[in-house]
Design a protein around this ligand. Structure first.
Ligand SMILES: [Zn+2]
Length: 291
C-alpha cells in the first residue's frame, strides 16, 4: 500500500524501528525487494535517485506505483538526493516523498531552499526529507558527499532550528557515515551520543541515516535503538547482485535472463533479509492500520 513518508515513519518512530530505503535501480531490484518485504512482513521505502530516474524513465515509475498500490506492505516511493528541478518531475510522476539535498550550502540557504520545497510539496501530500551536516563519501559514489575526513556533524540545536523553520517531515543527519563501500582498513565510527542528543531535541521528527552500507552491524542496531527511523541502502545490495552476476557471466555460453539472473537475485536477497532484520523492521506491518 502506497503512502507518504510521514505516515510510514510515524509508526516506526512510535515503535522504535528503522525502515530500509533500498535504491531501486532496475525492475529486478524492485521485484526482489517487494518479494522479501512481503515474506518478512516488513514496511519498505522504494528509493530512486535522479540518475536512476533518468536512466529508467518516467514510465518505470508507473510500474513501481502499480506494485506499491497492490502490495499489502506499507511502502513509500522516495526521490533520493535531489535538486529542486528533479523534485517537480518526481512529484508529477507520483513519488510520495522527496529528499532535497542542500546540505553543502550555507545554513540559511539550506533553510530557504528546503522551505520552498516543503511549501510546494505539503499541499500535494508529498513528504520532504532535508539534510543537515555533511555525509562523507569513500569513493566515486553518485550520491555525493565530502571526503570522509571533512565530515561536518549535525548539531542538535541547529537541527531544532532547521526543522522549525523549514517544516521538513524527516531529517538526514551526519553522525559519521559515508556513502559507498568503505575501503579496507577504514574504521568508521558512529557518534552515538550525538545521535541521542539530536533525538532528544527533535523527538517528533524521524531521523535518517545515509551511507551506512559498511558500518558494523552492532553500530547500526544501536543507532536504530537510539532513534534512527530510515536507513538508506544502495551499495550493499547492488554489490551483492553484480559480484554474483560477474561470476555467472564467466560461462560465455549463458545468455538467457532466466538463467543469468537468479543466482544474483539470491545473493542480493540475503543482504535484503539481513538489513530488514538488523533494522528491526521485520514483522512490523501489523502496526499499520491498512483497512
Ligand atoms: Zn545518501
Amino acid at each position: 500500500m502506497l503512502m507518504n513518508m510521514t505516515d510510514l515513519l510515524k509508526v516506526a518512530n512510535e515503535h522504535n524501528f528503522a525502515v530500509p530505503a533500498f535504491n531501486i535501480g532496475t525492475g529486478m531490484i524492485l521485484n526482489a525487494v517487494i518479494e522479501r518485504c512481503e515474506a518478512l512482513q516488513a514496511p519498505v521505502i522504494l528509493a530512486i535517485h535522479p540518475l536512476e530516474l533518468g536512466f529508467q524513465g518516467d514510465n518505470f515509475i508507473e510500474s513501481v506505483k502499480s506494485i506499491a498500490n497492490r502490495t499489502k506492505i506499507p511502502c513509500v516511493i522516495h526521490l533520493d538526493h535531489s535538486e529542486e528541478k528533479d523534485i517537480y518531475r518526481a512529484v508529477r510522476d507520483g513519488f510520495t516523498s522527496v529528499m532535497i539535498d542542500a546540505s553543502s550550502l550555507p545554513f540559511e540557504e539550506n533553510i530557504a531552499i528546503t522551505k520552498r520545497i516543503v511549501d510546494f510539496c505539503r499541499p500535494l501530500n508529498v513528504s520532504v526529507e532535508g539534510e543537515l551536516g555533511t555525509i562523507g563519501t569513500t569513493e566515486q559514489s553518485f550520491e555525493g558527499g565530502v571526503s570522509s575526513t571533512e565530515i561536518s556533524y549535525t548539531q542538535p540545536e541547529e537541527a531544532r532550528t532547521f526543522i522549525d523553520r523549514t517544516g521538513v517531515d524527516t531529517l538526514a543527519i551526519a553522525i559519521g557515515t559515508c556513502h559507498g563501500i568503505y575501503p579496507k582498513g577504514f574504521q568508521p565510527n558512529l557518534q552515538q551520543e550525538l545521535l541521542s542528543k539530536i533525538k532528544k531535541v527533535v523527538p517528533e521528527t524521524p531521523l535518517v541515516l545515509h551511507g551506512g552500507s559498511s558500518n558494523k552491524d552492532s553500530e547500526i542496531a544501536e543507532a536504530c535503538r537510539r532513534g534512527i527511523n530510515k536507513i538508506n541502502i544502495s551499495s550493499d545490495i547492488k554489490d551483492a547482485f553484480y559480484q554474483e552476476l560477474r561470476n555467472t557471466l564467466k560461462d560465455e555460453f549463458i545468455r538467457e535472463p532466466f538463467e543469468l539472473y537468479p543466482p544474483a537475485i539470491a545473493a542480493m536477497n540475503k543482504i535484503i533479509d539481513h538489513k530488514i532484520e538488523l533494522f528491526n523492521d521485520d514483522d512490523k506491518v501489523k502496526y499499520y492500520r491498512l483497512g
